[in-house]
Structures are given as structure tokens and as C-alpha cells.
Design a protein around this ligand. Structure first.
Ligand SMILES: [Cu+2]
Length: 143
């Protein structure tokens, strides 16, 4: 009776050791693939980039290159209120004028942030309508 119990316990112990060993192998395989991003980089990996809207009427950085599917988060960091509108800026009769392209446009924000996800490639100019004369324009290039 005691012998049977000892044998059972031994089997349980061996099974436990083998299952732990199995996990160890699996973990090692995962960390190996992490070290080799060229072969394991998945299409599902996206990044959120940050652009500051400063108290000096600037988008910082004013130009940014990102990957398709990435997002850009504009954050008000200074004491000035700003907005972010996609589109181009032209020289009108009364100075600079923003021409929205309709992709995105925020209200004037005294604080907080706005995030937009870029699902297609291309170049996306944008501007702050309140501060065109200060040259508050930017551009996102999506590759
Ligand atoms: Cu502004």
C-alpha cells in the first residue's frame, strides 16, 4: 500500500517536472523570435506618436513620418488654445487661409489631446486655423 503511494507520487512529480520543462522550451522559443524582429514583425503592431501643440504656436515636431496604421496624438502643452485641421494653407487676399480636406478637424482646445489613426499611406498636411499667421502648420507622412 505504501509502495503504491510512493510510485504514484513519483509519477506525479515526474509529470510536473516534464510539464515545467515543456513551458521552459516554449518560453525560450518565444524570446528567440523576439530577438529577430526581421522575421517576426507582425502587421498588427502599431504605434501612437505624439505631437505637441506648444505655447509658441508650433506643432512639435512639425513633420513626422509614421507607418500605415499608426496613430498621431496631438497634445496641448502650452497655455495657448489650438486646433488641428487636416488640409492645406494658401495665400488668400487677407493673408493665409486654411483649406480643410475633411479628414479631421477639432474644435479649439485649451487643453487635452486629439488622436487620429492613419489607415492609408500618403502625405497629410494640417494646420491650426487660429495661428496660420504664426506659421502653425505641420505634416504627417505615412509609409
Ligand atoms: Cu494654434
Amino acid at each position: 500500500m505504501i509502495k503504491k503511494t510512493v510510485i504514484l507520487l513519483t509519477i506525479v512529480a515526474l509529470l510536473t517536472i516534464f510539464s515545467l520543462y515543456g513551458c521552459g522550451i516554449a518560453n525560450e522559443a518565444n524570446s528567440n523570435s523576439d530577438r529577430n524582429p526581421s522575421t517576426t514583425q507582425s502587421a498588427g503592431t502599431t504605434t501612437t506618436h505624439t505631437v505637441e501643440m506648444t505655447g509658441d504656436y508650433e506643432f512639435a515636431p512639425s513633420s513626422l513620418t509614421i507607418k500605415q496604421g499608426d496613430s498621431v496624438k496631438w497634445i496641448v502643452t502650452g497655455a495657448k488654445a489650438h486646433e488641428v485641421a487636416s488640409g492645406t494653407v494658401i495665400e488668400g487676399e487677407d493673408g493665409k487661409e486654411g483649406v480643410p480636406d475633411g479628414l479631421w478637424k477639432t474644435d479649439k482646445m485649451a487643453s487635452g489631446s486629439f488622436t487620429y489613426t492613419f489607415d492609408s499611406t500618403g502625405t497629410f498636411p494640417y494646420y491650426c486655423d487660429a495661428h496660420l499667421d504664426q506659421g502653425m502648420i505641420g505634416s504627417i507622412t505615412v509609409e
